[in-house]
Design a protein around this ligand. Structure first.
Ligand SMILES: [Ca+2]
Ligand SMILES: [Ca+2]
Length: 159
């Protein structure tokens, strides 16, 4: 990937230095290559985002936490965070997990994102029930705006 982007940068520099000796089709080709590299880069960064959960938590701990709340309405956020090992992590690591759970990246975890909470940890896990989502919000939503901010999430996990 580095090699590709390096190559792309070199091509841009090259066309800047020799703008008139380069044929239009070659420029178009380079433009397409750069676009492709950008697309590949973008794809990789979202892939990295998805992967960083396992860089914070071990697969075994996540598995244990998911197994601990398999039955509907048995999910307890505090217990889940303890079992998956997040309560022992740094505020920065907790923030990383928050950013993964904030699927649309608007800075808050909302009800619909809480519904797929377990699935962010394990794709095959069940959805949270309405009752569990409400209990989750009640436990975390200190300013009562109906969503969980990063401070509220860190406080819930680390307190
Ligand atoms: Ca969100
Ligand atoms: Ca809130």
């Amino acid at each position: 990937m580095y090699l590709l982007s390096h190559l792309c940068d070199t091509s841009i520099t090259w066309t800047l230095f020799f703008p008139f000796s380069t044929s239009l089709s070659l420029l178009e080709g380079l433009y397409c290559t750069c676009l492709k590299v950008l697309i590949i880069h973008h794809g990789c960064s979202s892939y990295r985002n998805k992967m960083s959960l396992s860089s914070v938590l071990s697969a075994e701990a996540i598995d244990g936490a998911i197994k601990g709340c398999q039955a509907a309405d048995s999910f307890c956020p505090k217990q889940f965070f303890q079992l998956c090992g997040l309560t022992k992590k740094s505020p920065q690591d907790v923030k990383k997990v928050f950013e993964i759970l904030d699927n649309d990246g608007n800075g808050y975890i909302e009800r619909d994102e809480l519904k797929g909470f377990l699935q962010r940890f394990c794709p095959g896990a069940r959805a949270l029930t309405d009752k569990e989502i409400t209990a989750f919000l009640n436990a975390a939503d200190d300013d009562s705006d109906g969503r969980i901010g990063v401070d509220e999430f860190q406080a819930l996990v680390l307190s």
